[in-house]
Design a binder for this molecule. Sequence first.
Ligand code: URA
Length: 444
Amino acid sequence: MSHTLIQRMCEAVRSGEKMVLGDLNAFIDGVARRTLPVELIEVWLKCVHSHGISVEETTALTAGMMNSGAVLTWRGDSNVCDKHSTGGVGDKMSLILAPALAACGVRVPMLAGRGLGHTGGTIDKLESIPGFNCNLSPEKMSKTVESVGCCIAAQNDSIAPADGLLYAIRDVTDTVDSIPLITASIVSKKAAEGLNALVLDVKCGRAAFMKTEHDAVQLAESMVRTANGLGIKTIAQVTDMNEPIGTHIGNALEVTGSILVLQGHGSGDTRELVMLQGGQLLHLTGKTATLEEGKSRIARVLDNGQALETFVKMCVQQGTEIAVATKLALDPESVLPKSQRSTEFLSSQSGFVQSIDAMALAEVARELGAGRFSMEDEILHAVGFILTARKNEAITAGDKWITVHHEEPLSSEHITKLNHALRISDQKSAPFRRLIRTVDESEQ
Ligand code: URA
């Protein structure tokens, strides 16, 4: 029975004919209930990985995966929104964006992941805050959002359970890098949040999963079409991931970097990206008439303390003691874990910073314990970097450009890699632009 189903589905995929919707739904049901043999799931995944499927089929697969578990529903205004990032280095946007949007009056029931490969994960960052609990049931997510305006919870098996197994099988069968499978995996989980609007940050460059603009745009188009097909107003922003984002990299350090921005200062690069994503969501939900107005609203709640106040409320609702959350907002370093060692690196040349290699920093951070190589690895929350140099800024030989926070002594390979990560030139390069392009349905 299962054999015939998979055979029929694979024949349709190979010949480019449309799969029967009933077959697709029976497949997802078998995956979610764990009744379909793993070998058969592998056969179908490999077939889709090799031949691809249509946008309509991707949308049907995504809808089926979304409906394989709980789907959050919301009363009142159609103002429920979220963003997804395909993963970057120093990408701490969610920690700032969720409370900033909530402070602007929209609701954000954010599901987030742990670090993947060389990229950091929102949940690992939040778990460096004492008491913060990311394991929320769908009911607890709804309650937190209705009282605070936002929550950030770890993906779990009550939401889109079909994805949990499909992702695990893709991971071991080398079928992760398939645009329809990535689309269904990401969009099904976001759609299960019951969203009205979604912004996708599709990273592109050496330190991103999508190395070229062409591949990033293809993924962006697929996700935008699918999410819009499910009734979610969606726009993708394709952004540069060659240079690290902001000044702080690493789990606890990114919490500090986020709080600095929530205090109304911090890294300008990080603030700009939060304004861009948040402004877009305020515009998509109809809270503001234009993107520019949306960006100004986000800037206002960062400057007047309302976003920080919401962040503190979210921490308290998710388990952090009030006194700890309040102290965290005022002086994050007094609350967050600190590394045993720190080492400063100095520039060996004078000139202009041509680039800081985000991938090299991510690889060193992961090896020092900020990321995992296998699911059982423990994260060292205090490990990471604080950057004092920025692309295109002048630098003098002997100036500090990065401080490494670490637990174990640095190896000579790490020292060499970090020294090579800073490139200096005699001349300034063209101004750096994080946003490469926007993809919306009208363009496709
Ligand atoms: N993140 C996901 O959740 N799924 C993918 O397939 C890739 C990245």
